[in-house]
Design a protein around this ligand. Structure first.
Ligand code: JFZ
Length: 594
């Protein structure tokens, strides 16, 4: 059975780090190791719209005069709002501003190829006309209509796939639904009854009354066992065999992998998968959350996710009147304009074959590498280290097709970018070639160049000896606004070693900066960084404790300046003495001394 690997823990390996399999991250495809027959559209789509819309959108992050922060769709849980009070919100829910054509057109203008909208979130309220419960938008609100029918039709008319999110376990309205411990006694719940009486009948409604669905996006399975989940999805699959089920259904099942909220894998991941991101910091609408990602951030996020081979599912959170926030409208349209000119470097591509460079990332198409120039070198010479002897046939700017001059010395390609290259979130250069470029290994040297303000040696590029491991750390700021970052952890003995191989393209002085988080108990421990054989001593500085419900703070600790020749170089980092974990190292930053 084909198993896909998500780098949650990359084990300590003497030589090159390998993307290690860990039981909780292994994920096998439901169709006995073969991909779902209908997975092709998903792998080519690359960009989708997530929509979280419910009664929480009307509450908008404020309850009885108190503002709440983090995930707005969780306000009933955060504020422990009794069902008897919460259900009153339905009596005034009248989203007359909802316009299916406008929502569908925004997704089309943004260049999104699929849409997933919440049919029922944890609050237990059904945003479609359900015959299973009267607690739905048709029967319980003055709006009195089903928005999902016109929305699904408007979306499909634009050639965009339509799907539903459904919370199949958490349901804070129902006595036997998951996770409402403030109204109901959890020990007396009968989840099987909930599945039989609400979840399964409702999912059957969604699979039979809204036309062909691209995706059924399940949330976490809660009390369901793997056997129950298997029966659950096998029975539902009969209704729409072409519909893809997300891996959030749990137990390693599902037809494609969903990463954690706001998570990009640090390296390419095989198979079909998606990263999911909020546009601000909340899935559901919060009136006072204005932290929207700019068009530049969205374009770069899309390029980075695509460079790992996955899709970006980006969320919008309409308000209680059915209006999508203005910043989401404007910024998604800007993203769509970039895609109109550069979409070939995203849609239908697979992961890049050039490891991350100081200038950016790459994506692939047959005989092509798309070089996403997020940061232009100050000498306009784009250095592209190749691993295999290939024949370059053409190099040009994707947007204008302007040919670019280049030189190929051995396996080193240098492309001359035009001096007039316009500033842009992502200028895409196309390198056409004959021959094969294999997937890269993480142990390849990291390029360090004096033509960028910074060169980042990411944790995932390190080789480890001894106790160290490379881990994805999860934390949040407020509540449910999960964030992930990959660090090297557990390095504590003087025999433990972190090693980065580098390729320095220009001689000169460089400043070495350690980007790490350091527990109070780990502070004031000495470490030594060898730049080739030059020792650079440091003593760790306290940043704070790592807690899942608090920001994980990092420091850019300047270790010192070294003088480098051009060519291969190595950084090795060790604790000076045996002790506690030295730090959680996110990256080593190398800055040219100008
Ligand atoms: C769930 C919901 O609780 C949340 O409100 C939102 O709908 C989000 C998209 O999905 O939150 C999760 C569920 C699972 C993980 C992270 C957040 N996970 O497995 O990492």
């Amino acid at each position: 059975m084909k198993r896909f690997i998500l780098a949650a823990t990359i084990s300590a390996a003497v030589s090159a780090p390998v993307l290690a399999q860990t039981m909780d991250e292994m994920w096998d495809n439901r169709a006995n190791g073969k991909e779902h027959p209908n997975i092709k559209w998903f792998k080519e789509a690359k960009f989708g719209m997530f929509i979280h819309w419910g009664l929480y959108s009307k509450i908008a992050g404020e309850w009885k005069g108190k503002k709440y922060y983090g995930s707005g769709e969780w306000i009933m849980s955060q504020a422990k709002i009794p069902v008897k009070e919460y259900e009153q919100v339905a009596a005034s829910f009248n989203p007359t501003g909802f316009n299916a054509e406008e929502w569908a057109q925004l997704a089309a203008d943004a260049g999104m190829k699929y849409m997933v909208i919440t049919a029922k979130h944890h609050e237990g309220f059904s945003m479609y006309d359900s015959k299973v419960t009267p607690f739905d938008i048709k029967d319980a609100t003055p709006y009195g209509k089903d928005p999902m029918k016109p929305l699904s039709e408007a979306v499909r008319r634009r050639g965009i796939r339509f799907g539903f999110y459904y919370s199949q376990f958490q349901d804070w309205y129902e006595p036997n639904g998951g996770k409402n411990s403030w109204d109901y006694d959890e020990s007396k719940k009968n989840y099987q009854l909930y599945y039989q009486q609400k979840a399964i009948p409702q999912i059957r409604e969604l699979l039979t009354q809204y036309g062909p669905l691209g995706i059924l996006w399940f949330d976490t399975p809660g009390g369901m066992t793997k056997e129950q989940t298997t029966l659950f999805i096998d029975s539902l699959r009969q209704l729409q065999p072409g519909c893809l089920f997300s891996s959030r259904v749990g137990h390693g099942l599902g037809d494609y992998k969903d990463l954690g909220d706001s998570e990009i894998p640090p390296a390419p991941v095989p198979g079909a998968w998606e990263s999911l991101y909020t546009h601000n910091d909340s899935w559901g609408y919060i009136q006072h959350d204005l932290n929207f990602k700019t068009p530049e951030a969205l374009i770069r996020l899309l390029a980075q996710v695509a460079s790992r081979g996955g899709n970006l599912l980006l969320n919008v959170g309409p308000d209680g009147n059915g209006r999508i926030p203005e910043y989401s409208i404007r910024y998604l349209k800007e993203t769509g304009k970039w895609l109109k000119e550069n979409g070939a470097s995203i849609y239908g591509t697979t992961n890049g074959r050039i490891p991350d460079q100081p200038w950016g990332v790459s994506t692939s198409a047959p005989g092509k590498q798309f070089l996403h120039v997020l940061h232009a070198p100050d000498d306009r010479k784009l250095f592209v280290p190749l691993q295999s002897g290939i024949g370059i046939t053409r190099v040009y700017l994707l947007k204008t097709r302007q040919p670019l001059s280049y030189t190929l010395k051995g396996k080193d390609l240098t492309i001359q970018l035009p001096a007039s290259l316009p500033p842009c979130a992502d200028n895409v250069v196309v390198m056409e070639y004959k021959g094969e470029i294999q997937n890269y290994t993480l142990s390849l040297p990291v390029t360090v160049s004096s033509h960028f303000d910074q060169n980042q040696l990411e944790a995932v590029r390190a080789s480890l000896k001894g106790n160290g491991s490379i881990k994805s750390l999860t934390y949040s700021h407020y509540y449910g606004d999960w964030k992930h970052t990959t660090c090297i952890t557990d390095v504590k003995d003087s025999t433990d070693e972190i090693r980065f191989n580098m390729r320095i393209t220009d001689p000169g002085d460089y400043r070495i900066i350690l980007e790490y988080s350091c527990e109070p108990s780990s502070a004031k421990q000495e470490g030594v960084l060898y730049f080739n054989d030059q020792p650079v001593y440091f003593r760790t500085l306290k940043t704070g404790s790592f807690e899942k419900t608090a920001p994980l703070l990092f420091i850019n600790h300047i270790a010192g300046i070294v003088t480098a020749k051009a060519g291969d170089a190595v950084i090795r980092i060790r604790p000076a003495f045996n002790g506690k974990e030295l730090f959680k190292l996110r990256s080593v930053i190398i800055e040219p001394v100008k």
